[in-house]
Design a protein around this ligand. Structure first.
Ligand SMILES: O=C(O)C1=C[C@@H](OP(=O)(O)O)[C@@H](O)[C@H](O)C1
Ligand SMILES: C=C(OP(=O)(O)O)C(=O)O
Length: 431
């Protein structure tokens, strides 16, 4: 359901401390791993975003007992073999992570399952996951030979593969590794560019033995996961919106606590540092399964940079907000090698360029990214979110510096990853 929102902020600054909600990628995986493991898994700091609630809903339909008490989640599972064949279709909502990782998990069960999601999920490519899973023996069917939802999976015995990733995608890697749990033999995934490694870290946390060296992940099938406790750090992809706000909204000073700074996710920090942001990062526990930090940022003058190559997977979800950041930096920012943006919740190259142009930004789309000249004073306009949470939040942060109000056509989509986003804006706002 769409919900328009007018954002009328004039001459504001942002000051104070917030704790961003739990990491979306890690929250999804905590429920998946807790459902696979035998016993009681407890999760703290869980993200109550719509995407992660979709993951919980899918596992409940498989018969797993999951209790949610605020941001604490308890999963009681008798292990994968106890899952029931669901009578209903598993609905994955807007979540690519749920759909793709579940495909890997369900392929190695004994169950027949059907998965579908919303209109955006119905346009996102699934063969990138279905094809390697089929090489493992998976029986998957769907529209356009398994490219699009609805997808039907007839679980079966899988065999390990040695797979070289054609695209940098943690969802593809994770689906193969999760299928590898039930496969005969050693599953090997070779990455040309390293994508987020939450699955590898969480496999270890649940007691599995996994080898990771120079972009090659190897993992022996048949390992049993042991139920445990997962402490989900704050989501750096959510923090990114306030990092950029702190950098570009005049006279701002923002502190964020407990932000996950896993190096495979922290590209935004490198970008802000290179652009000359006034920022400090205090790492709290480097040896934790997922390292966290307190990050402080103040508004400052910024310089344009080029963002390309192996940093792209480390900041792929942050590119919409980085584009807004670049409109305020001196010079020409070039973003290259980011064609993956075209297959996210919407085509994020087209969406970002179209919407920022409406505000007067000097921005052009390229085949694999965008070119942005700055700095530019932005004006107000009516903006479309395309139902994409990250486009919605980019637009809302733009409203903090635009000379007149911005109206977004759908504020509710932001709840996919950051349900308390506008509460945090209000908390930090100095009028
Ligand atoms: O594994 C994950 O949790 C995710 C991987 C990335 O997708 P790709 O694997 O498609 O790059 C990212 O964009 C998405 O938000 C979450
Ligand atoms: C791409 C995203 O998520 P997903 O692929 O899980 O829908 C995102 O959160 O920006």
């Amino acid at each position: 359901m769409s919900s328009a929102k007018k954002l009328d902020y004039k001459n504001v600054s942002l000051q104070g401390t917030i704790t961003v909600p739990g990491d979306k990628s890690i929250s999804h995986r905590s429920v998946m791993f807790g459902s696979i493991a035998k016993g009681k898994t407890t999760v703290s700091g869980f993200l109550l975003g719509d995407d992660c609630l979709s993951t919980i809903d899918c596992f409940r339909k498989l018969g797993v007992e999951i209790e949610v008490d605020g941001t604490n989640v308890t999963i009681n599972s008798a292990g994968m073999d106890s899952w029931e064949e669901p009578k209903e279709v598993l609905y994955t909502g807007n979540s690519g992570t749920t759909t793709r990782l579940m495909l890997g998990i369900l392929s190695g069960t004994k169950l027949h399952t059907v998965m579908t999601g919303d209109a955006s999920i119905g346009r996102r490519p699934m063969r990138r996951v279905a094809d390697p899973l089929r090489l493992m023996g998976a029986k998957i069917s769907g529209r356009d030979n398994g490219q699009f939802t609805p997808l039907a999976i007839q679980g079966t015995q899988l065999t390990a593969i040695d797979y070289t990733m054609p695209v940098a995608s943690a969802q593809v890697k994770s689906a193969i590794l999760l299928a590898g749990l039930r496969a005969e033999g050693t599953t090997i995934v070779r990455e040309q560019e390293v994508s987020r490694d939450h699955t590898e870290r969480m496999l270890r946390q649940f007691g599995a033995i996994i080898d990771v060296q120079d972009g090659v992940v190897s993992f022996k099938g048949g390992q049993q996961l042991k139920a445990t406790h997962v402490d989900v750090p704050g989501d750096i992809s959510s923090a990114a919106f306030f990092l950029v706000a702190g950098a570009i909204v005049p006279n701002s000073s923002i502190e964020m606590k407990n932000v996950g700074v896993n190096p495979t996710r922290a590209g935004i920090i490198e970008v802000l540092e290179k652009m000359g942001a006034d920022m400090s990062v205090q790492v709290e526990d480097e040896n934790a399964s997922e390292p966290t930090a307190t990050i402080s940022i103040k508004s400052s003058q910024l310089q344009a940079i080029t963002i390309e190559g192996d940093i792209i997977p480390r900041l792929i979800d942050e590119i919409p907000i980085i584009a807004l950041l670049a409109t305020q930096a001196e010079g020409t920012t070039v973003i290259r090698n980011a064609e993956e943006l075209k297959v996210k919740e919407t085509d994020r190259i087209t969406a970002v360029v179209t919407e920022l142009k409406k505000l007067g930004a000097n921005i052009e789309a390229t085949n694999d990214g965008m070119i942005i000249q700055g700095p530019t004073n932005l004006r107000g306009a009516n903006l479309k979110t395309y139902g994409d949470h990250r486009i919605g939040m980019m637009s809302a942060i733009a409203a903090l510096i635009s000379s007149s109000p911005i109206e977004i056509d759908d504020a509710e989509c932001i709840a996919v990853s950051y349900p308390t986003f506008f509460e945090h804006v209000e908390e930090l706002l100095i009028k």
